[in-house]
Design a protein around this ligand. Structure first.
Ligand SMILES: Cc1cc2nc3c(=O)[nH]c(=O)nc-3n(C[C@H](O)[C@H](O)[C@H](O)COP(=O)(O)OP(=O)(O)OC[C@H]3O[C@@H](n4cnc5c(N)ncnc54)[C@H](O)[C@@H]3O)c2cc1C
Length: 442
């Protein structure tokens, strides 16, 4: 979506970038190459946002799996120049763990291996799916495209655990790019074990050989020029009328502002925000993710990169293995996992015994003796909830900001669901938009 923008080039003020994740870094990088001065303000002590990596005792843990999927030639070039030879291509090995067995992903195209009565229920449901249903909710979408059995055994329970809200609370629109819809012949082939083609946007990915995903973020950040980075600062009191903000006691003027901090956080800081916008902002919802970093004494018992776990009897809905994608993510001969927890308020002590039992049941580890250490982590802003208020709220807020030269961008700035490449692109595109607006080019 494009809006009429306002960049005040009559001032010599820089472009302010609030948020130093991939969006902010990419925006700074591309502003710099265009000779547009910028200042980047990041709340944390280092850049990277969600694409940062925690290190403990030689184990590198991302904020759960951060696998890089690249489609755009320009981004591919940028990434390869930043990290020549350091990213390895990986062919996805993922499975679903349900009914005590591992089956291929995606569930809807790979019923083979499930108990016969489950396959029968899923196939009959698929054949009777309501072709005339116009999906309003994500639940409708699942029923419409996959039928009742597949929805009941995987789509609904898995997504309820992932999003932290029931799919009937989510609209059907968000998922078109991310949920594969197999053809009839693929569903049949997958049910009889005739291996349909690999489906989905993440059939293969890139990942750093060592150092976790932050290797990428750092490499991009070292290429910044033509501006200043300030970390450990949290801009407050953003005054749109004056085009200033207060940062650590300083009044900073800006010609335009690229905001990749979460949208509600931006709105809270704007002092001259109209009541209508405040009300729209109060409707924005997001769920957190709680997860465990797990260090293993030896590589895991499974060979896969990640598993999806829809059944409620297990405390996690997804578990992934960094070292199966890049053994260099941990000390030689060790293994490392992320375990995403369904209970968003779980404590480590309460959940760990069931996690270990579940991981052993899924064949990920041999048992408690396999675990070197674990640590609980939380991502406060993880999944924007595409509920029924979403479109009204964002279509009120985003154009209003944009018309004032405030550019909300990135996964949480523009309040959406996307991946790292989208954020690098968003940074590149906003630099171009600002350059055009600054020269008066439409
Ligand atoms: C669980 C999970 C798994 C994911 N897996 C993948 C994957 O496999 N592949 C993939 O491509 N993508 C994945 N993503 C998405 C990916 O992480 C994001 O698309 C991308 O990193 C977002 O970048 P960003 O710069 O837009 O936002 P962020 O990374 O959130 O950066 C925003 C920055 O703003 C800072 N900030 C916040 N408040 C303030 C403030 N008040 N002042 C200043 N700074 C502030 C934050 O500290 C942060 O550094 C995943 C996301 C999650 C949550």
């Amino acid at each position: 979506m494009r809006y009429k923008a306002r960049v005040d080039v009559s001032t010599d003020a820089p472009v302010a970038l609030v948020g130093g994740g991939l969006t902010g870094i990419s925006a700074a990088l591309h502003l710099g190459t265009r000779g547009i001065p910028w200042r980047l303000f990041e709340k944390r002590e280092r850049l990277g946002g969600h694409a940062r990596t925690d290190v403990r005792d030689g184990f590198h843990f991302d904020q759960t799996g951060h696998w890089l999927h690249l489609r755009d030639d320009g981004v591919k070039r940028l990434v390869n120049e930043a990290l020549p030879g350091q990213l390895q291509p990986v062919a996805r090995k993922s499975r679903i763990f349900s009914h005590g067995v591992l089956t291929r992903y995606p569930f809807q195209a790979n019923l083979h291996g499930l108990p016969p009565d489950v396959i029968k229920e899923c196939l009959l449901g698929y054949l009777a799916r309501p072709a005339d249903l116009a999906p309003v909710t994500f639940e409708d979408f699942c029923l419409r495209h996959f039928g009742e059995g597949i929805s009941r055994h995987f789509m609904i329970p898995y997504n309820a655990r992932l999003w932290g809200v029931h799919p009937r609370e989510i609209t059907a629109e968000w998922c078109q790019r991310f949920v594969p819809i197999p053809k009839l012949e693929d569903v049949v082939a997958g049910a009889v074990g005739a291996s349909p083609p690999e489906l989905g946007y993440n059939v293969s990915f890139l990942y750093p050989k060592t150092g976790g995903i932050e290797t990428l973020t750092r490499a991009l950040a070292t290429r910044l020029s033509g501006g200043q980075v300030a970390v450990g600062v949290d801009p407050e009191r953003i005054d749109l009328g004056q085009r200033t903000m207060q940062v650590g006691g300083e009044t900073v003027r800006f010609s335009a502002l690229v905001a990749s901090l979460p949208l509600p956080e931006l709105l809270r800081r704007i002092v001259d925000l109209p009541a209508e916008l405040e009300k729209a902002g109060s409707q924005l919802r997001c769920t957190a993710v709680r997860y465990l970093n797990v260090a293993l004494k030896t590589p895991p018992a499974m060979e896969h990169h990640w598993l999806y776990v829809p059944e409620e009897r297990y405390p996690f809905y997804r578990v992934g293995c960094y070292t199966n994608a890049a053994p260099g993510s941990a000390p030689a001969g060790r293994g490392s996992l992320y375990v995403e927890l369904a209970d968003r308020s779980a404590t480590e002590a309460a959940v760990l015994p069931d996690v270990i039992a579940g991981l052993a049941a899924a064949g990920v580890i041999t048992g408690p003796e396999h675990v070197l250490f674990s640590e609980l982590r939380e991502i406060e802003y993880a999944y924007v909830v595409f509920d029924h208020a979403y479109y009204g709220a964002t279509s009120t807020i985003l154009p209003w900001l944009e018309a004032r030269g405030i550019y909300p961008r990135g996964r949480y700035g523009s309040w959406t669901y996307n991946g790292m490449e989208d954020c690098i692109l968003a940074g590149r595109d906003v630099a171009e938009t600002i350059a055009r607006a600054g020269t008066g080019t439409p």
